[in-house]
Ligand binder design. Structure first.
Ligand SMILES: Nc1nc2c(ncn2[C@@H]2O[C@H](COP(=O)(O)OP(=O)(O)O)[C@@H](O)[C@H]2O)c(=O)[nH]1
Ligand SMILES: [Mg+2]
Ligand SMILES: [Zn+2]
Length: 355
């Protein structure tokens, strides 16, 4: 293996050329735990330290390495993190029900990703609203999503699930697969060609590790394993998150996402709900909240059956959640929480009485 087959390209080469000299070796981060980083330089994989909690990055930025990063390591210590092409960011989550509910800092989970696989099991895991949340997070991170509906073997006909997801994930490829018997897995090959990096997202039990095994054709990941994270979403042991495929592609499994919360600087909610954004253009008021205003085109679409009430409810929930995240006023968390749900509850009630 060579760095260039590990996704290293001109974007990083230019950064390297801008350095006076490379003091150490260049490698890619394949896993991490608090102060330890697992790196692969194309020849060997070693566990090294990230000095303190912060490492000198590109220019004046300080970056803590995450899986997918390219770094310079010297003498067992990571000394530099190359600037990222993109980063998967878990939004700031307020600690609910506590007085000190200041939003936590945003957390970077993985970087330099070409495609994110949203893995969803066609069992109890199946949840359209959760898929919408993942989509928003991925769009906010400037990445390309693909939905993988796993465990298709549990149903005689799983096509209706696909159709349903396609309806909410507009323009996003949706694949039906079974990791257990390998059905549909070959359709994922175009995403994992040489130098491409995939990141897996999805609930515990969705079948992410099984999918890795199905793609590799060997039991290299432990199925049924519940990952061991500390409060910051970091592994408590230095596990290997990045898997190198024979095709030259890479898959990051378990990069430290257990729950999703959102931030919305890039308009990810609107990207996830383009149908609602379009309908909203027909509302009488520019700042219509689509909850109680007269001549609201969005509510009209729900009433006529053109837009699913559930979809609007999820959209409103996400909007409220984002308001919550950005709300740094002196209100107590309880108060914000109450307000946050009041409007949704009212809408749900209204929607029921309307239909
Ligand atoms: N029926 C069925 N079960 C599956 C499939 N893929 C995974 N599972 C089961 O789902 C459970 C969780 O799988 P795992 O790969 O550990 O999920 P992870 O937590 O997302 O990594 C295990 O019991 C697997 O055997 C599938 O395609 N079909
Ligand atoms: Mg797993
Ligand atoms: Zn409206």
């Amino acid at each position: 293996m060579h760095l260039s087959t590990m996704g290293w390209d001109n974007f990083f080469e230019e950064q390297k050329q801008a350095l006076k000299k490379v003091n150490g070796r260049i490698a890619r981060v394949t896993g991490l735990q608090k102060n330890h980083v697992r790196i692969h330089d194309g020849e060997e994989e070693v566990v090294v330290k990230a000095r303190g909690r912060i490492v000198r990055g590109h220019g004046k930025n300080t970056l803590f390495p995450v899986p997918g990063d390219y770094v310079i390591e010297k003498g067992g210590v990571v000394t530099r993190v190359f600037a990222r092409k993109n980063q998967l960011v878990r939004g700031a989550a307020g600690r609910r029900g506590k007085l000190d509910a200041a939003p936590k800092a945003k957390q970077v989970i993985a970087s330099n990703i070409d495609t994110v696989f949203i893995v969803c099991g066609l069992d109890r895991d199946y949840n359209l609203r959760r898929i919408e949340r993942y989509l928003t997070l991925i769009y906010n991170s400037n990445m390309t999503p693909v939905v993988i509906l796993n465990k298709a073997d549990l149903h005689e006909d799983s096509e209706p699930f696909k159709a349903e997801v396609e309806e909410i994930a507009l323009g996003v490829p949706v694949h039906l697969i079974s990791s257990i018997d390998g059905d549909g897995v070959e359709a994922l090959e175009p995403y994992v060609t040489e130098g491409k990096t995939i990141c897996l997202m999805g609930s515990s039990g969705a079948g992410k590790s099984s999918l890795v095994n199905a793609i590799v054709g060997e039991e290299i990941r432990i199925v049924g394993e519940v990952s061991d994270f500390d409060g910051k979403g970091m592994h408590t042991t230095t596990t290997r998150d990045m898997i190198f495929l024979e095709s030259g592609g890479m898959i990051i499994d378990n990069p430290g996402i257990r729950e999703i919360s959102l931030s919305d600087e890039e308009g990810g909610v609107d990207d996830t709900f383009p149908d609602i954004t379009e309908l909203a253009a027909g509302c009488r008021f520019n700042d219509c909240t689509h909850q109680h205003e007269p001549e609201c085109n969005v509510m009209a679409a729900v009433e006529s059956g053109e837009l699913a009430a559930d979809r609007l409810i999820n959209y409103l929930k996400m909007r409220l959640e984002l308001t919550f995240v950005s709300s740094r006023e002196s209100k107590t968390a309880d108060r914000i929480e109450k307000e946050r749900w009041r409007d949704v509850a009212k809408f749900q009630k209204d929607a029921k009485t309307r239909t």
